[in-house]
Design a protein around this ligand. Structure first.
Ligand code: TYM
Length: 332
């Protein structure tokens, strides 16, 4: 390692990434990229936990698109390694070993598992063991810091507990990672219903629930202007409803202004003014990103070369860790 803090994080290539993925995760990866040693992954194996909605051709295309999204958002391949999870087989191998030491009760307690399992009738076992694959992603690279949105906090606690448990059982093998959650943008809520987290799955049949990173400026503005606020027609700092707080949180995550100061500026004013500022900030933030994304998607050879180079470097790190892990458990 270089002496700099090693960072690992990832996004699932299910659907098109939204403003929550960008503000909660990718924007903070970019913000600290220069001072850290970074590994960013497109977690396509995790996407298989919803096999009924995954079309193989779509998954393949979305995985590539997600690599282009990382780059367009400012991930610099000179400073960060970028790869697709399934291209490094050690993730699956380590996940199996970790499954064997993960207490079932720990997995059954995960709130994301419970919520997803409740929404669907039958679920695959992969949904239950999703956190052990996530732990494998992180532990494989001796990761010190994992920058994620707030919804991943419990999965990170699980990863830490599992690393400690494994180290106790087999001797010091894994680095125990820390979670990093941003101050603003850690939990972007739905624009059409600010009591639920902005999510790719809800956005499928509710067009104004989320801002997709690839929406047209017109669509972005429309979704924000239609966003839920409250029954009054002007902002009062003493009673900010979730929808209003959400809009202020989005603005704060983009321009760095504390929400208290945004609140003071809008006291006594109609919500339309706040929405207009938020819409403009979002469109301007994503304009250069979208231009770069389309340029990258038209350069297949560049993406292929970059992925091949990065994946070779990542594999070397994964192989070193696995040599240690196999020896620790006796399968070397
Ligand atoms: P995914 O694809 O569900 O989310 C990717 C990242 O986006 C963040 N996020 C949000 N942040 C703020 N507001 C929201 N509404 C919102 N929705 C999503 C998530 O917190 C996450 O940081 N399980 C991970 C993927 C993963 C991973 C890993 C992450 C697999 N292995 C190893 C870190 C390290 C996930 O949530 O994907």
């Amino acid at each position: 390692m270089s002496g700099r803090t090693r960072v690992f994080s990832g996004v699932q290539p299910t659907g098109t990434l939204h403003l929550g993925n960008y503000l909660g995760a990718i924007k903070q990866w970019v913000a600290h990229q220069d001072e850290r040693e970074n590994i960013f992954c497109v977690v396509d194996l995790h996407a298989l936990t919803v096999p009924e909605v995954i079309d193989p051709a779509v998954l393949r295309a979305k995985s590539r698109e997600t690599v282009a999204i990382y780059l367009a958002a400012g991930i610099d391949p000179e400073k960060s390694l970028l790869f697709i999870q399934s291209h490094v087989r050690e993730h699956s191998e380590l996940a199996w070993i970790l499954n064997c030491v993960s207490p079932l009760g720990w997995l059954e307690r995960m709130t994301q598992f419970k919520a997803k399992a409740e929404r669907r009738g039958t679920v695959g076992t992969g949904l239950l063991t999703y956190p052990t694959l996530m732990a494998a992603d992180i532990l494989l690279y001796d990761t010190q810091v994992v920058p994620v949105g707030e919804d991943q906090k419990q999965h990170l606690e699980f990863t830490r507990d599992l690393a400690l448990r494994f180290n106790n059982m087999f001797g010091d093998t894994f680095v125990v990672p820390e979670v990093s959650i941003p101050k603003a943008g850690a939990r972007v809520m739905g624009l059409d219903d600010a009591t639920v987290k902005m999510s790719k799955s809800i956005a499928v049949d509710r067009p104004h629930h989320a801002i997709s990173l690839l929406d047209t400026p017109k669509k972005m503005k429309k979704s924000i202007m239609k966003a839920q606020t409250d029954s009054g027609c002007e902002y009062r700092p003493d009673h900010a409803e979730p929808g209003v707080r959400n809009l202020m949180g989005i603005l704060s995550a983009i321009n760095g202004e504390p929400t208290s100061s945004i609140g003071e500026r809008y006291a006594g004013q109609g919500y339309g003014y706040l929405k207009k500022e938020v819409a403009e900030a979002v469109v301007e933030e994503l304009r250069p990103f979208q231009e770069e994304y389309h340029r990258l998607m038209s350069d297949e050879a560049y993406l292929d070369r970059l992925l091949a180079e990065s994946t070779a470097k990542v594999r070397a790190i994964a192989e070193t860790t696995m040599t240690r892990v196999r020896a620790a458990v006796g399968i070397d």
